[in-house]
Ligand binder design. Structure first.
Ligand SMILES: NC(=O)c1ccc[n+]([C@@H]2O[C@H](COP(=O)([O-])OP(=O)(O)OC[C@H]3O[C@@H](n4cnc5c(N)ncnc54)[C@H](OP(=O)(O)O)[C@@H]3O)[C@@H](O)[C@H]2O)c1
Length: 243
């Protein structure tokens, strides 16, 4: 049975991705902090589909556990989905080093550390895929969220280099540049219009992975929005306040 590992499996988006892969016959490693809170969800997956689901505790802040985490996987996964993230309050993260470091670990250095260990094993079997969920916030730094944004930016660049390296190993790396996930708290109509439900995003992520896409903006219009934002001259950009 082939396994897919989801890093940071507790969000609605990650659970939808898990459900879709399970429906396609993949067994799952669902990882994250306090992961046994997903027991009911895991039982639903195993009763709906003929798959195994293993819940594995993982705190990305505990770097010294990452190597053992990978070594202890009974079966090496053929697919990895990195769905972790932490979006801090920017003003708090500017003065609270722990909060700032949490964001950088959850979005960037934590998944990079774990993926590095996984990749060393996957290179031996020369197949598989890695999906990294990044963000439009990583495309250009702005005052609203540049700590989160710079961590995502680092992750996007890591995925680009990894895709280049793993091409020769038949391991496909897909970067997801995500806009807004709709969570029901959208107060303005533009944000609501630009957001998409977790299930819809999950379906697009899996269908694009199956097509071996490299960089996917979700939804598609974010590619054009970010093209415009990235091309605003810096002497103008530094004066404006993009929400
Ligand atoms: N929400 C958006 O509009 C949006 C926009 C662009 C990109 N994204 C990205 O899309 C992905 C999913 O977003 P979301 O809003 O659905 O996420 P979310 O609900 O905030 O979930 C993030 C997940 O990451 C896990 N996580 C955070 N720090 C961790 C750590 N140190 N160790 C282990 N797990 C950790 C969380 O676990 P705990 O439950 O234990 O905290 C949670 O399961 C993230 O990569 C996010 O950055 C989201």
């Amino acid at each position: 049975m082939e396994y897919i590992l989801i890093i940071g499996a507790k969000s609605e988006l990650a659970k939808s991705i898990a459900d879709i892969y399970a429906s396609k016959g993949y067994s799952l490693y669902l990882s994250g902090r306090d992961i046994h809170s997903l027991s009911k969800f895991s039982d639903t997956l195993t009763s709906n589909y003929d798959v195994n689901v293993k819940l594995i505790n993982l705190d990305l802040n505990s770097y010294d556990t990452h190597e053992a985490f990978v070594k202890e996987l009974e079966v090496l996964p053929v697919g990895i989905v990195s769905a972790t993230g932490y979006y801090p309050n920017q003003l708090k993260a500017q003065i609270d080093n722990d909060d700032m470091l949490n964001s950088i670990t959850s979005n960037f250095t934590g998944p990079v550390s774990l993926i590095n260990y996984l990749v060393e094993e996957m290179k031996r079997i020369k197949k598989g895929f890695i999906i990294g969920i990044s963000s439009v916030s990583g495309e250009r730094g702005r005052k609203k969220n540049y700590i989160y944004g710079s961590a995502k930016s680092g992750f996007t660049t890591f995925l680009s280099g990894l895709r280049n390296e793993l091409f020769d190993y038949n391991i496909h790396v897909m970067t997801v540049i995500l806009g807004f996930i709709r969570d029901g708290s959208e107060t303005n109509s533009i944000k609501k219009m630009l957001s998409a439900k977790p299930r819809e995003i999950a379906e697009l992520i899996v269908s694009n992975q199956i097509k071996c896409r490299n960089i996917v903006y979700l939804k598609w219009y974010w590619r054009y929005i970010m093209f415009i934002i990235k091309n605003i001259p810096e002497f103008i950009f530094k004066r404006i306040d993009i929400k």
